[in-house]
Design a protein around this ligand. Structure first.
Ligand SMILES: NC(=O)c1ccc[n+]([C@@H]2O[C@H](COP(=O)([O-])OP(=O)(O)OC[C@H]3O[C@@H](n4cnc5c(N)ncnc54)[C@H](O)[C@@H]3O)[C@@H](O)[C@H]2O)c1
Length: 325
């Protein structure tokens, strides 16, 4: 008997995570309905997928309810990645509206069929909570709306509540993955893509890297292949249904140490310029001092753990930067 090909919708499909996910879904035999407005992503990222008969790409905006209805009415699941990120240099309203209206539009489109909803959330929702490491039930202590950056966390918290709300009212199953600092080939080459994205290009060019604040704030970084594996496992895992799951590594590194590691891997000198927060935003800014996840739940529910070390992942990422300079 022929098994019916499963159809997965992907929003933000031409972006960093989306483009890798689509390739893997196609390799695993899924049909993919891909949507992106190409505001940050590019067709170049999905060049290979576009050649595949099981890949259907629509350049469309998820803020428009018709986009979601037309694209996703008959899918088995949607991985929702399209979003605006931290409004570091402005764009707070876009972040709030794209992230909340877009998510609601997708959930509305799939609620009748009760297709599974995989939502890409962020550790930014933990905000300034000083209790490290963060587990999924830790308090979400975001700062005041006087600080624009919290618009991103606020929008993603709202979205997480939407997931629970659509489950309660319509029985739409969901998985919320909070992704801790994803990096790899095709990451956006600006702050949008994370500090490592900028540091690599600057160090290659022999220029100084900008460190915002004192540089002793820490993060954890997770390689794209590990994240794609977690997303794919979430699609089929029943155990993960209606759960929030941290996806990250427990290897904590300061931003200065990250710069040093990249310079060591590139065998190029590190030149640092420290920039106070206020001078680059022109306004009050708040950073997160430490950000580390517990990943017990991911191990238990998804049988997932990270496989790629930071040094290995950065080597792959650096070679992509060098090839696509
Ligand atoms: N990269 C990370 O470290 C990280 C960490 C935590 C959470 N996330 C989340 O993962 C998701 C994907 O992140 P990414 O790093 O791949 O970002 P990305 O910017 O590379 O990809 C997002 C894609 O969404 C598209 N998009 C934006 N607004 C849209 C709209 N209104 N309609 C249709 N398409 C739209 C963009 O063009 C882009 O291709 C986001 O939801 C982000 O919040 C990412």
């Amino acid at each position: 008997m022929r098994v019916k090909q499963k159809i997965i919708g992907v929003t933000g499909a031409a972006g960093f995570i989306g483009s890798h996910l689509c390739e893997k879904l196609l390799n695993n035999g899924y049909k993919v309905i891909a949507v992106d407005n190409l505001s940050k992503g590019s067709k170049n990222n999905i060049r290979d997928s576009l050649k595949n008969k099981s890949f259907n790409f629509f350049k469309a905006d998820i803020s428009n309810p018709k986009t979601a209805r037309k694209s996703f009415a008959n899918v088995d699941g949607v991985v929702h990645l399209a979003a605006s990120k931290i409004p570091r240099y402005g764009g707070r309203l876009e972040t709030l509206l794209v992230n909340t209206e877009g998510t609601k539009n997708i959930l509305e489109a799939i609620k009748n069929k009760k297709s599974k909803f995989i939502f890409a959330s962020t550790p930014d929702v933990y905000g300034k909570n000083p209790k490290i490491p963060f587990s999924e039930d830790s308090d979400l202590t975001v700062g005041s709306p006087e600080v624009a950056r919290w618009a991103y966390a606020a929008s993603k918290i709202f979205d997480e509540h939407l997931c629970f709300g659509y489950w309660e009212e319509y029985k739409v199953p969901f998985v919320i993955l909070r992704l801790f600092g994803v990096y790899g080939p095709r990451q956006h080459r600006s702050w949008w893509g994370g500090p490592q994205a900028l540091f690599i290009d600057k160090i290659i060019a022999g220029k100084e890297i900008e460190i915002h604040g004192d540089g002793h704030q820490t993060r954890t970084f997770i390689y794209i292949d590990d994240v794609v594996e977690a997303l794919i496992k979430s699609i089929s895992s029943e155990k993960a249904n209606n759960q929030i799951i941290n996806i990250g590594t427990t290897h904590e590194i300061s931003i200065i140490e990250l710069g040093k590691l990249i310079s060591k891997l590139l065998q190029k000198p590190l030149k640092i310029k420290k920039v106070p927060y206020r001078s680059f935003t022109g306004k009050k800014y708040e950073d997160v001092r430490r950000r580390t996840p517990t990943i017990k739940k991911a191990k238990e529910l998804l049988n997932w753990e990270p496989k790629v070390s930071l040094a290995e992942g950065l080597k792959e990422t650096i070679s992509w930067h060098l090839k696509t300079k």
